[in-house]
Design a protein around this ligand. Sequence first.
Ligand SMILES: Cc1cc2nc3c(=O)[nH]c(=O)nc-3n(C[C@H](O)[C@H](O)[C@H](O)COP(=O)(O)OP(=O)(O)OC[C@H]3O[C@@H](n4cnc5c(N)ncnc54)[C@H](O)[C@@H]3O)c2cc1C
Length: 443
Amino acid sequence: MKTKNLLSGILLAALYAILILTPVLVLLLGPKLTSRPSLLDLSVSLAFVGLAIMALQFVNSGRLKFLNAPFGTDLVYHFHRQIGIAAFLLVFAHPILLFILDSRYLRYLNIFTAPLAVKFGLLAVLLLVAVVWVAEYRQKLKIPYWFWKFWHGILATVMVSMALIHIFLTGNYVSQPWKKELWIGYSVLFIGMLLYTRVIYPLKLMRTPFTVTEVKKERGDIWTISMNPSDGKEIHFQPGQFAWLTAWKTPFSDSEHPFSIVSSAENTGSLQMSIKNLGPFTAKIQNLKINDKVYLDGPYGSFSIDRYPQAKKLVLIPGGIGVTPIMSMLRTLADRGDQRPLKIFYAYQTWDAVTFREELEDLRQRLNMELVYVIEKPPQDWQGESGFLNSAILKKYIPEDWMGDDTEVFLCGPTPMMNAVEKALQQAGFSEKKVHTERYSFA
Ligand SMILES: Cc1cc2nc3c(=O)[nH]c(=O)nc-3n(C[C@H](O)[C@H](O)[C@H](O)COP(=O)(O)OP(=O)(O)OC[C@H]3O[C@@H](n4cnc5c(N)ncnc54)[C@H](O)[C@@H]3O)c2cc1C
């Protein structure tokens, strides 16, 4: 990782810790409310940290480039998910501790008779349970992704608003003006992020649409679309990064999908994505027409060879549609005349469906690369590797001197394949920190 990214990562992590702990410090540093037992203070402190985390969830899901650059988008998304569960536990502990402290608080569970401030608190906790539970079990509950995403945003907004109203109405911990100002600050941050992600940013994307210039069928039920920026500006990205695509709708619709950029980073005039038919949106990609307007938000992601310029050797492992970021890396390396030694292990179900296989043959001439296909169901006369990519195949082609610090490994493919290959790489002798992955499942 580049030093700049490492430094900004440390700074952002420190700022995050300060922001979530400040409400507790303010609670502890303020004049002691002597009549209040410390269990009550603890209960409120936990809820404050939980709420500060919830308010900051709008920042870490807001696709801010300065936040995504040091950590990578997938890490930020996974953090958003895990820290959401932690916040849920902290907030949930608030009423539980109150009930332990004094069973008379149990009467507040009747939402009809509870004071207004408590009503808001109760509703916020109920919404929080719903938001976190549905996010965890969306796939099992068979809720369509677009439907979930829409309601996740709305319910989370209502939940945080209600929790803030609960604090202001309860009043105990915001009695001094500076404590009130702190929570007003958090409210402004939260509303500001909403305004930015829902109004300002979509407006910016609206002003810079892309025009579809080609729609081409590839092997493996994949369609490649080429797009040019309509303002003619140059496109800059790192090979392996991705962007969010919105088609047939405006950026205000919040119905964008992430796709790796498949073209060379050296081609700054136009950009391509190769998309496999896997669901409602991807099934329609082939219907895009030349001159259609689409919107791209990017680039994002840390899955790139350009983040490791010191690497002397590269091992690239695509599986199925996971070939797209790897293809961008190969096209870029070829365009740059980069002759670093490369080993590619390309796993696919059938030989017939191997996407870009003709172009890969051409790339063999332009790059210093050994290309090994691993075909799960090979044709009868197949001479190459077959079955699943495992440590035995890796060891057969990768010599011992490739296991050192100067080799970086990039892996992208279906989740079961990635899990298996990550283990195989470790068995073959690669250190975990040398293996970089891109998973096509944020949610
Ligand atoms: C970083 C990244 C890069 C990707 N690159 C490619 C690529 O180059 N080519 C390709 O064909 N596919 C790629 N994908 C996968 C692609 O985004 C999904 O297949 C597509 O969004 C599915 O949408 P759908 O409506 O057709 O299917 P759905 O049935 O709606 O979605 C199937 C699954 O895709 C995921 N998904 C759907 N919509 C979104 C969304 N808006 N945001 C995040 N995840 C979503 C969810 O896990 C969902 O369960 C990539 C995914 C990620 C995260």
